[in-house]
Ligand binder design. Sequence first.
Ligand SMILES: [Zn+2]
Length: 301
Amino acid sequence: VVLALLFLGGGAAGWALSSSSGSGAPVARSQAPDRGRLDARIRRVERRVAAAREGKSSDDRLPSNQAEPSADRSHSGGALAGKVISIDPGHNGGNATHPEEIDRLVPAGANGATKPCNTTGTETNDGTLTEAEFNLDVADDLAARLRAAGAKVVMTRTTNDGVGPCVNERAEIANHADAAAAISIHADGNETAGAHGFDVIHPSTAEMVDPSDAAPSLRLATRVRNALVGAGVPPANYVGRNGLDERDDLGGLNLSTVPAVLVEMGNMRSAEEAAKLESPTYRAQLAGALALGLRHFLESG
Ligand SMILES: [Zn+2]
């Protein structure tokens, strides 16, 4: 309860800041009546997120086997007909050789925060697999699965020899497509001995340009988390809680105006987990779980 109250306070303060200073321009008087309705809407969203945090709805406890819809409908085809899904394979293979382009600062939040356009990402200790390459491989597999189920997939990049796009452009691609869900695929590079497992990151209202997406983003994160756990992928033992993590510092999530999550599929700096991430079988398992989580979200919310 204390956490929830703190969160409500922080969220409301964050929004108030964004509405007064986000654009640098004063709020027009003619918008005042809308402000009241917006305030009420934000409060409703924040109550739902707070309730979710207390375990009343899409909570952050690990799932029971009965919690999810049946998983054996992948043959039904067309289950996702008409749905637009944005897939963002994090980083890009050409980023490392173009520091001047990827280091420039771009907007990354509702309150004036900025971040580098993009980063290089991590790699395995032996240097045989870069995160950028891994991300695109899993993303391509996921895209194929979603398209086979009838979805329209919008990718933020389709090759691994380019530079960028910037995090704000990646968000804009999903926003412009009015995606029903946006998923960003990454792998982590944590040096802590024994650190391993996946982590599904969802945005905090504090920096979101559209705080009403906090609750659906948490539900999307929970669906994806449950599907990964169901596929036998271990939740991270060094970050987040039960495979879920709320953050306010990721530009791609902050700038999304659609339900969005970022998944760290595993820790590339763990030699043991890196071996799994290099395995085509394990990658297929990951892509299958992401597809299932997305489908459960799109079918059932
Ligand atoms: Zn990454």
